[in-house]
Each structure stands twice: as C-alpha cells, then as structure tokens.
Design a protein around this ligand. Sequence first.
Ligand code: NAD
Length: 490
Amino acid sequence: MQTELFINGAWVAPAEGNTLPVIDPATEEVFHQIPAATAPDADAAVAAARAAFDQGPWPRMTGKERAVYLRAMAQGIRDRLPELARLEVRDNGKPLPEAEWDLGDAAGCFDYYADLAEELDGEVEEIALADGRFTAKALREPLGVAVAIVPWNYPLLMASWKVAPALAAGCTMVLKPAETTSLTALELGRIAEAAGLPAGVLNILSGKGSVVGQRLIEHPQVDKVAFTGSGPVGSRIMAAGAKDIKRISLELGGKSPFVVFADSDIEKAVEWIMFGIFWNQGQVCSATSRVLVERPLYEPLLARLIEEAQKITIGNGLTPGTLLGPLVNQGQYEDVLRHIARAVEQGATVATGGKRPAGLEKGFYLEPTILTDVALDSDAWVEEIFGPVVCIRPFDTEAEAISLSNDSRFGLAAAVMSADDARCERVARAFRAGIVWINCSQPTFTEAPWGGYKQSGIGRELGRWGLDNYLETKQITRLVSNDPWGWYIK
Ligand code: NAD
C-alpha cells in the first residue's frame, strides 16, 4: 500500500506531511494511512502535467504509440487483479466478486481506449465547402491538462473511465481519488510506472476534496475538469471553472425509476429490481431507487421482493457468499439511516429492513430496505439516498408511470420491464434520462455512452463520447485559388 503521492513519475511525500486514516468499513478498524496532498502538491502535479503536455512526447505521439502504454496498463491491472480486488473490498466494503468485476472492467476500459487511440490517427475529415476557392479539413487534438476527481463507490473503475480516455486522447492528467477510497488509485501509479508512462503524464494525489480538490479545480493551468460525485461539488466545479472557461464534464447523482408492467415475469422483475438497488449496497449513481409497479402485479411482487430481500447474505465483503457488504463509511451510514428515519416521519412504511442486521455489531451494515406508502413529495421519493433503500409504489396507466418517472430534477437512468416490446420501446423513448434499460437494470458497457439529463450532469463518458471529452476540434482552411482576393487591393 502506498504512502506517497505520484508526481512527475516519482513517489514523493506530501509537502505538508499530512496523512488520512484508511478505515475498513466491515470492521471499523484503521489499517493504513494514505498521504494527504495539499495546495503545494496540487501545484507541483499540475506543473508536471503541464510540462508533459507542453514539452513532452505524449501529445505528439501517434495514437498507435500511446495505445501500447494503455494496453500495458490494462495488463498491469489484470496481473494484479486478485490483490487489487481485495484492497478495493477493504477500502470500500463491497463484496469481493463485485470488486473483481469492477477491476476486470477497469482493465477492459484501458484496452478499449487503446483501440480508440489507434483509430484517432487517421481521423482527418475533409470538409466540402460551398466556396471552391478554399479547402478545409477538421482534425481532433488533445485538449491539454485534465483533472479527474472521482468518488468512492467504484474507486478504480471511476478513475479508469477518466484516465483511459484522457491518455488515449493525448492529454496529461492529475487524478484525485476520493479520500475514503484512494488505495487502488495510488496503485495505478505503480502500474503506470511499470508500463513506462512518461513522467508527468499521469499524476495521482490522494487528499481531501475541500483542500487539494479545491486547489485543482481552481488552478489556472488546468484546461479541463472531469468529475463524478455529488451535485453540490459539481456545482462548485462549474463555478470555479467559469472563471477561466475550463472544459467541464460532470457525472452527478440520480433518483432513477424502474417501471414494471403487470405482464412482466415476476421472478425476473424481482431479480432485476434487487440488482438495480442492492448491488454495491445501493451506492450507485444510476441505482433504480424508485420502483413503479402496475397495480395488478403490485401486491404479489412486493411480497416476493420482501421475501428475497430478507434472504440476501450480509457480511464482510471478503467472506465468501456475501452479497451485501457494509456501507462505505460512518458518514454515509448515518446519512442513510437519517434518510430512513425521515421517510418514516413523513409517512412511509418500512416493509423490510431499515436497521443494522442482527449479529453484525461492528461495521457499517444495513439490512436491504424497502419503503412503501412513500408520498410523492417526501424526501425519500425525491432525494438520492445512495444506500440499499428502495421506494416502491403502484401505478395505473402508462402515461402515469412516465409522468411519475420524469417528475424529478435528476435524469441519469431509467428502466422499464414488460412482455410487450413495443411498449418498452415507447416508454424508453419517453424517459428523460441519459441511460435506459429495457427488461433489466444496471448492466454497463464500456462501448455505450454514460451520463445524465437535467441535474444528473453534463457530457457523456464511455464509448467514443468519452474520448470526445478530452479532444478539441480544429479546422484548417487553405486558400487554393490564385485569383486576387480584391478587398483592399483592387
Ligand atoms: P462528493 O461529491 O463529496 O465527492 C466526490 C469527489 O469530489 C471526491 O474525490 C471528493 O474528495 C471531491 N471533492 C469534494 N469536495 C471538493 C471540492 N470542493 N473541490 C474539488 N473536489 C472535491 O461525493 P461522494 O460522497 O464521493 O460520492 C457520492 C455522490 O456521488 C452521490 O451523490 C452520487 O450520486 C454521486 N455519484 C455519481 C456518479 C455518476 O456516475 N453520476 C457515480 C458515483 C457517485
């Protein structure tokens, strides 16, 4: 486990010597101290990234050359996958098979963007102009120094969604992982080092968002900030970036609906509703936390859902068979418990869960929780809870289901299930959300665009859209006519 920051290709102690404790959410024990960067470290990292971009080889290489490094990083993650997955579990709490899945995806993300880096090489678009005296072409170039600020729910995966496309594009980067989960992000520095990445291309600073993060988002030498996290911090990033017109992409929260029609297979509906809200302890921005069930299916489905939710094995993520681990930290645990108490105050019924599971006295554990009788104007229906807590209510018509789904300031994801394909397609198109699942909830693919409508964010990650985040478009126009222009000189 690392104790230093990765700046300009070297491991260095934080300038002010600060550290932050790393707490295992399953045991509440402190098991490591990570370095806590402050403003001078942010300045050093940005200076290194700036020099690597302005004078170094990285942005001047071909995409094919950069792809070699990206593939080596993918392989570096794969080679250390079992060890990294265990680190992720100790840091974040998630069950080991989920961490293994995340890290496989992280490696896949580097491979995917290696392919796209290669495709960038030939990408010059000749533009047909109406005026035959000129020719024009458009090409895409790396936009400069990018900062990535990522949350704690998928630590290395969220970092990879930003680092891989930024490097593929030819940008240089400063990565700031979340203070609660920085271990695997710091290991990415070792992986980059082993891959031979030129100094300064990737710099990694663990530390507090309010300190090092704030300095990075305000830094005048930074061209772009890519952020995943909460709405209030997203808003600060926009405000800070407004000063010098930084490029900004934001992946923020959600309160995503899952509409289940009465012709659905009840077992499949229960399975996907659970996957949509209990996976990763519900700490998923796209979690389908508002479930709407067509009335004839509502009671039988609710009964089966409660039955299955109560069977979920809760425990330490490292214990084989665990399907639900602890929440990430004490603050998040208390927040989710507060949300549940408030839901009850506002008239909701806890159909199951809502409390610490029996026999697990230590660790930030919470039973899978199902809330019914949730008023449409109550906080539980409107606000993101970011825990294993689902609100479920019946609906009567398709129009009502669509209107309830879209009645949110968020628009990250939405899901619909029905045996009627045409209805699924109709509802999918009616959702005001950036990600829509039909007959399932949550499967996420590196090739497909990811991001939200409304207050769920700006821009898209993943796929070719993820690469566009780190590119500028340049037009080159050439005068090819020998005729005099004749404006000033006749
Ligand atoms: P957060 O916004 O508090 O923190 C996210 C990151 O921002 C962390 O690295 C943190 O250190 C940093 N940060 C905090 N204050 C900062 C500041 N002033 N300047 C710069 N950086 C700062 O969110 P969180 O608690 O880590 O994550 C939970 C939230 O993130 C949830 O609300 C969830 O909806 C959202 N989220 C969204 C997605 C998505 O893809 N849209 C994914 C995961 C999480």
